[in-house]
Design a protein around this ligand. Structure first.
Ligand code: NAP
Length: 292
């Protein structure tokens, strides 16, 4: 039996699986072969890489060893930056060679810095549009973009970014909300990374008790076990975001996948998570762009 992975429709008409397995953070600079093979074997098809993670070859090796047809996979990589005189296309061609594929499903500008400081961001985006036109990337988008960065790109763009991948969890929600809102108003789908931060990197914070309370309500409602991590992931999903995570554990892959069958959070529960989240600001990544 084939299980269909729920997808999110992007502004260019393509569909992206809601859950991505990442090769940054825990796998940054490391051999991702076995982790990717396990993730694909367990049914994850959306794989999140980046040039800066310095492990695209092993992402490619993992994909090949899992043996799933290319057409059933959704492969993402991200532009690290451009050397003087280098084009976006040239860097993507290098990535495609490392990954061992003819195209990526989604290519993201990893960061607005330094391009939106030195005035080259519009030119970078034109390069992104070129690789989409040529079919080397089915969709193009951005990562770690603030509202002002999105505005720079939108001004004169012929392709609106399909995705903005940002750190997204209750402890950065106050700062992220305007970016998510602006993006959604322009058809840009948010993707969340670092989503498990309240449990993993800020345990003991004000959100914990709220998650536990909701966990109890959901367990009663659906008659099976629900974890605090799944409550957090539900919050991300109900913000309309793609979930980008990673794990070294087979059991956690299943836990993430099963989140889709957890009942929806109520508006009051979402508000309670955000109210508790607003009491602690905790950003883990990309402080060079966002500040604290
Ligand atoms: N665009 C960007 O700038 C950017 C920045 C950062 C990350 N990313 C992408 O996002 C991916 C995921 O990032 P992330 O690692 O920050 O995601 P995350 O979902 O916040 O955290 C995943 C990590 O937390 C652990 N974990 C998950 N649930 C847990 C729980 N209930 N209790 C204890 N530990 C738990 C996992 O370890 P176990 O092995 O124990 O499960 C895993 O290492 C990266 O690999 C990368 O692809 C992108």
């Amino acid at each position: 039996m084939t299980t269909l992975t729920p997808t999110i429709k992007l502004n260019d008409g393509t569909a992206v699986p809601w859950l991505a397995f990442g090769t940054g953070t825990a796998l940054y600079g490391r051999d991702a072969t076995n982790a990717i093979r396990l993730a694909v074997d367990k049914g994850i098809t959306h794989l999140d890489g980046a040039q800066i993670y310095d492990n695209e070859e092993t992402l490619g090796a993992g994909i090949r060893s899992a043996g799933k047809p290319r057409s059933e996979l959704y492969i993402v990589t991200k532009l690290k930056g451009l050397n003087p005189g280098q084009t976006v296309k040239e860097t993507l061609v290098i990535s495609l060679k490392k990954l061992g594929v003819d195209y990526v499903d989604l290519f993201l500008v990893h960061s607005p810095h330094p391009a939106n400081v030195d005035g080259t961001l519009k030119a970078v985006w034109q390069g992104m549009e070129e690789v989409k036109r040529e079919g080397l990337a089915r969709s193009i988008g951005v990562s770690n973009f603030r509202v002002e960065d999105l505005q720079t790109v939108l001004d004169g763009a012929t392709v609106v970014p399909a995705v903005n991948q940002i750190e997204l969890h209750p402890y950065v929600w106050k700062a992220a909300e305007p970016i998510v809102k602006f993006g959604l108003e322009h058809g840009i789908t948010p993707a969340s990374y670092g989503g498990q931060t309240p449990l993993v990197r800020a345990a003991g914070g004000p959100v914990d008790a709220v998650l536990t309370g909701i966990q109890g309500r959901l367990e009663n409602a659906c008659g099976k076990s629900v974890t605090p991590g799944q409550v957090l992931t539900k919050w991300i999903i109900q913000k309309g975001a793609i979930v980008v995570t990673t794990t070294s554990k087979e059991s956690r892959i299943a836990e993430f996948q099963d989140t889709i069958s957890v009942p929806d959070l109520t508006k009051e529960e979402i508000d309670a998570i955000e109210e508790a989240g607003s009491k602690l600001h905790k950003r883990i990544y990309m402080k060079a762009v966002f500040g604290e």
